[in-house]
Design a protein around this ligand. Sequence first.
Ligand SMILES: [Zn+2]
Length: 216
Amino acid sequence: MEALKGVSEKVMKLILLGAPGAGKGSQGKILAEHYNILTLCSGDILRSRVKEKAGALGFAESMNGGQLVSDEYVMNLVMDELKKPKYENGYILDGVPRTVEQADMLERNGIKVDAVLYIDASDEVVKRRILNRRVCSCCGALHCGADLLKCGQCGGNLEKRADDTAEVIQERLNVYREKTEPLVGYYSERGLLKKFDGNQEKEKVAELMFDVLERL
Ligand SMILES: [Zn+2]
């Protein structure tokens, strides 16, 4: 894993594409550190918005139920965020765009990326991963392992995320296959798609990604 050592000077604008639980979060973290860029996760932006606007009940409900919030709403948040100077050296979009309409909005607004990293993992693998993951109630770090009780990073208590249930996962996968998976063809047509087998260990996936990105 030579590429993991040190920080690259390359400007990288990337999109991570894949089902929930395919490993976008883990890869995003590794790539962000290596290229010294920020990850923009629509889930985080939306969750913080939910907290800000406690009154927007329908919005919070639709998020917890695995449904998608409106394309325009999400994209305006994302595009506002990307205007900030801290993204000038590059960024990783994780969980956005989630629909062809969202991808079109990015394109219309002149937001161009260097590559779309598609992590392809089976339903079985992602279901197992999501059901086994625990989130730290203190620092928010995600951990794998249903038997873990304490966060390895800060010692905080680990808990299951409220929306990590079998029913919600299945619903999220259905929404993903229907709404998000068409982006594979969309970005393939534009010559941007790089596909990786997400059923492998995350270290292996990261290694393959660096191989591809260093040749861009
Ligand atoms: Zn923690």
